[in-house]
Design a protein around this ligand. Structure first.
Ligand code: UD1
Length: 418
């Protein structure tokens, strides 16, 4: 099993181009199922979750090609509406294919996604919305059998919580439904706007994507298109944290500063000096980071839950005590036990982590518990004294495109041991 080996303490320098967004590319790949023609997706990150999505597309009868950061998908010959259990287990977010498959074929069969590293992660909001659109859903033997006997019919949907995945599934299902669908209390994450932009470029009529009310005027058919994935705001702040803990100056290119406002303000509060110019930024970091009294994860435009572990690793070497309150997922803090093996002083109680900054972390053997928790261990390893060996790195590879190569290009002493 591969491991990441980091020798901490090296200053970083240089400039990197930030990858395309994981959380955009997955629903967009699902969206290609709706398109009768070839879709070319540019700025596609190389991630194991993308590989899993391509396997699902192939299973559905779509043809695809992938070269470097360009994926083309041809869905003219979709001939299946089932996602096999092994692929659902590989990637819980495969559930976002549901709306697209039903939209294209009128039916879908998937295995129940169950829980994941971050907690139970229910899909009740996805399912009740699909039912409102006319889908009959039977849950049996761990599978969900979905059937829109009379086709999908546009309707008004009010989400009790602005779930990202549920908003995406509704948009995908409603894009080719009969009539108009309105989503109230929709998620406003930039990845939703990216999905709407992609679908609109393929002939959909979606208005208000990225706001809390989305109007989807169903069209008969979508066609092929060319689309470029937005930059990954979480990958961007991960590399910024790597600079922060090593007191370094680095440049990030291909960022979307307007998507990062809540995170930039937290990094500035910690003492980082950030100069934004167009789609790039330069981060310069003082010798010692400052405490941040309280950070709370919130839905967009609040501070994202995905950036929580990364900022916790960063604040573990700041002066004083930082409090982080996690409001979205139950099991976000599983990585803290691993981080504390490196000498951090973090106490967790329910949804609150209290991070007492220490002078120096020390390299240790630790394992990734989930994607962002794994990235937090990399951040910590870069500033720890001595060597850190990180196991279970498949979690990290789900969401970061060549994190080791990227950090090496910034002069970090890091490698993968196969
Ligand atoms: C997406 C992102 C994930 C990010 C999260 C929040 C992808 C592939 N993943 O996940 O990286 O951390 O948004 O920004 O894009 N909930 C329900 N019932 C539902 C759906 C959700 O109770 O039917 C709850 C969840 O348990 C959780 C909260 O709503 O507590 C947020 O979930 P949601 O916004 O749906 O996140 P995901 O789409 O799963």
């Amino acid at each position: 099993m591969s491991e990441i080996i980091v020798n901490g303490g090296k200053k970083l320098s240089g400039s990197i181009t930030v990858q395309g967004a994981k959380n955009s590319v997955l629903p967009i790949l699902a969206g290609t199922v709706l398109c009768d023609g070839e879709c070319v997706i540019n700025n596609c990150p190389n991630l194991s979750d993308v590989e899993t999505s391509l396997k699902i597309l192939s299973q559905l009868g779509c043809l695809y090609q992938k070269q470097d950061n360009v994926v083309s998908v041809n869905s003219e010959n979709v001939n299946s509406n089932e996602i096999p259990e092994n692929l659902m287990r590989e990637m819980r977010s495969s559930v976002v294919f549901l709306g697209a498959i039903i939209g294209r074929t009128g039916k879908a069969v998937i295995s129940s996604p169950g829980g994941c590293e971050l907690g139970p992660r229910p899909i009740d909001l996805h399912l009740s919305a699909l039912q409102k659109l006319g889908v009959e859903i039977i849950e049996e033997h761990g599978f969900l059998y979905c059937n829109a006997k009379n086709g999908l019919i546009g309707t008004e949907i009010h989400l009790s919580f602005p779930s990202v995945g549920a908003t995406e599934n509704i948009i995908l299902a409603a894009a080719t439904a009969k009539g108009v669908t309105v989503i109230h209390n929709a998620a406003r994450e930039p990845e939703i706007s990216d999905l709407a932009d992609f679908l609109n470029s393929a002939g959909a009529r979606i208005y208000g994507g990225g706001s809390d009310t989305v109007y989807i005027h169903g069209v008969k058919k979508l066609h092929g298109t060319v689309h470029s994935i937005i930059p990954d705001r979480i990958a961007a702040v991960t590399y910024m944290a790597c600079a922060a803990v090593t007191g370094s100056k680095i440049e990030l290119r291909n960022i979307m500063p307007s998507h990062m406002v809540s995170m930039l303000s937290v990094y500035r509060e910690s003492g980082c000096n950030i100069d934004v110019t167009g789609k790039s930024l330069v981060i310069r970091v003082p010798q010692k980071l400052k405490r941040i009294p309280t950070i709370r994860s919130q839905v967009y435009p609040g501070f994202p839950t995905d950036a929580g572990p990364i900022v916790i690793a960063m604040q573990s070497v700041a002066e004083g005590t930082t409090v982080f309150v996690e409001n979205i997922f139950e099991n976000r803090f599983r990585f803290v036990g691993e981080l504390n093996r490196m000498g951090s002083k973090i106490k967790v109680e329910n949804k609150v982590a209290v991070i007492e900054g220490v002078n120096r972390l020390s390299g240790a053997n630790c394992n990734c518990t989930d994607l962002r928790g794994g990235a937090a261990l990399v951040v910590a390893g870069l500033c720890a004294n001595g060597q850190t060996v990180i196991g279970e790195i498949s979690h990290i590879l789900r969401g970061y495109d060549d994190i080791v190569g990227t950090l090496r290009s910034l002069n970090a002493d890091i490698k993968i041991k196969e």
